[in-house]
Design a protein around this ligand. Structure first.
Ligand code: UD1
Ligand code: CA
Length: 463
């Protein structure tokens, strides 16, 4: 690609058929809003200062969603058609030469690769523009592509205006164009709302440019699914499924074993290293990074987390915004709620919840515990039923446990509290005071045994 490219993404419409209070492009598929996908693709072809999003319905929300990506905006206050949507940006866009590429915010599966071939076709000839089309089984609702004897595009006829012969054409306009910016802006003012809908149709540019002595070409996408636009929630689910398929296929070809891939949900931004295994029904979401040789158990949910190599996440485990180091085991049935760090080789077992907790290397909490705002040193062992009382009703407090400490089962650690290296806490203790290194702390009533008490009681009952 030598010619500079300006990209305009049309995203002003409400999308009535979604039956939603939310603008269509803000609905999610494949783990992102539709418009974010399109912006991601656009940014693979043009720098952010040449990517423009036309906003209208819920303009502010759409802006907020994609402005972190650095793109620019135009506001189309009234939706007067696809041509009008581009024309609102005229002042800024007309100064930018090269190619003008038009995309839709509701067409998120389109790949940068496809757009590259569209642009390459434009660069390879002297057409005023190249459009992307698809041969469809049922093109109902789409503009039909009418070609002339040379195979050039003579016109695009909208469904409502098409004659029976034109309706029989199966080649449909996908609304994705690469146009020569100079010619487009020279003639854009000639678009007239002279149709039953009184809209400014971008598609009228085809005939306008033809009349001015230019020609347009069209290329067909190999797989019409790639240009599936979303109009309703059923199509949203279909596009979501296609995103999931695309992602798991990409992962499998990259050396990840995925068991029953049709049941697994992996968001677009996730990376997984070689020889890792993902079991059925796992969900790996957000910006998760997983190393090599890991195992993600059945029905586990991992979100926005980082897993080093050789990590095992057992079935039915939830991991959120946490870091798990090499060789650690978490689950089954564990919950790393948020901002945890599980050290190398550490074990977090069933029904253990961690929140803002740090487990040192080789530390273990194998069963039934709540460790919140807790720092647990290397090689320490947390017994079953241990609870950190981190919350006093107003503030959160920290529990610090040194290295090689042994916390007996059913201990209650009332934070803030500190346990030294190598200390022992007797099972069932309520710990409210600091425990020095290598000490034994007993925080429970001493057991009393009354010999023969039970037998005597039974005899009393017989009298
Ligand atoms: C358009 C094309 C049609 C093509 C189809 C492909 C025209 C006249 N027709 O029809 O040939 O087959 O796309 O999907 O262009 N939008 C705005 N502002 C507006 C109008 C639309 O931002 O004023 C946005 C919508 O939010 C949507 C996109 O442009 O993302 C397409 O608009 P839509 O009304 O759905 O066009 P179609 O009638 O489907
Ligand atoms: Ca449409």
């Amino acid at each position: 690609m030598q010619t500079p490219v300006t990209i305009v993404i049309l995203a002003a419409g409400l999308g009535t058929r979604m039956k939603s209070r939310k603008a269509k492009v803000l609905h999610r598929a494949g783990g992102k809003t539709l418009v974010e996908h399109v912006v991601d693709t656009a940014l693979q072809l043009a720098p952010a200062e040449r990517v423009f999003v036309v906003v209208g319905h819920q303009a502010e929300e759409v802006r907020q969603t994609v402005s972190p990506q650095g793109v620019r905006f135009f506001e189309q206050r009234e939706q007067k058609g696809t041509g009008h949507a581009v024309l609102v940006g005229r002042e800024q866009l007309a100064t930018l030469g090269g190619y003008l590429v038009i995309l839709y915010g509701d067409c998120p599966l389109l790949r940068a690769e496809t757009l590259r071939s569209l642009i390459a076709r434009a660069e390879g000839g002297s057409a005023a523009g190249v459009l992307l089309t698809a041969l469809m089984e049922d093109p109902t609702g789409y503009g039909r592509v009418i070609r002339d004897a040379r195979g050039h595009v003579a016109a695009i006829v909208e469904q409502k205006a098409a004659s029976p012969e034109q309706l029989a054409v199966r080649e449909a306009n996908m609304g994705i164009y690469c146009l020569r910016a100079d010619l487009f802006w020279k003639h854009a003012g000639e678009i007239r709302p002279d149709n039953p809908a009184h809209e400014y149709y971008l598609t009228d540019m085809v005939e306008i440019l033809n009349r001015a002595g230019h020609y347009l070409e069209a290329i067909q996408v190999a797989d019409a699914k790639e240009v599936l636009g979303i109009n309703n929630r059923q199509e949203l689910a279909e596009v979501d499924r296609l995103f999931r398929d695309r992602k798991v296929r990409e992962l499998m070809l990259g050396g990840v074993t995925i068991e029953k891939p049709e049941t697994v949900t992996v968001d677009a931004g996730v990376t997984i290293g070689m020889d890792s295994v993902v079991e059925p029904f796992a969900q790996i979401l957000g910006n998760t990074k997983i190393g090599e040789n890991c195992r993600i158990g059945a029905c586990a949910i991992v979100r926005d987390s980082e897993l080093a190599d050789e990590v095992e996440i057992g079935p039915f485990t939830m991991v959120g915004t946490s870091r798990v180091e090499r060789g650690a085991h978490v689950g089954p049935f564990a919950r790393l709620r948020l901002e945890n760090e599980v050290g190398p080789g550490a074990h977090v077992g069933n029904f253990v919840e961690l929140k803002k907790a740090r487990m040192g290397a080789g530390a273990k909490a194998n069963h039934l515990a709540y460790l919140g705002d807790a720092q647990i040193g290397a090689a320490s062992n947390i017994g079953a039923g241990t609870i950190t009382c981190n919350y006093d009703g107003t503030l959160k407090h920290v529990t610090r446990i040194g290295e090689r400490a042994f916390v007996g089962s059913n201990s209650t650690l009332v934070a803030p509290v500190e346990i030294g290296d190598g200390a022992y806490l007797a099972a069932g203790s309520v710990i409210t005071e600091p425990v020095p290194a290598d000490a034994l702390a007993l925080g429970r009533a001493r057991q009393t045994v009354k010999p023969d008490w039970a037998r005597k009681r039974r005899q009393l009952g017989k009298k």
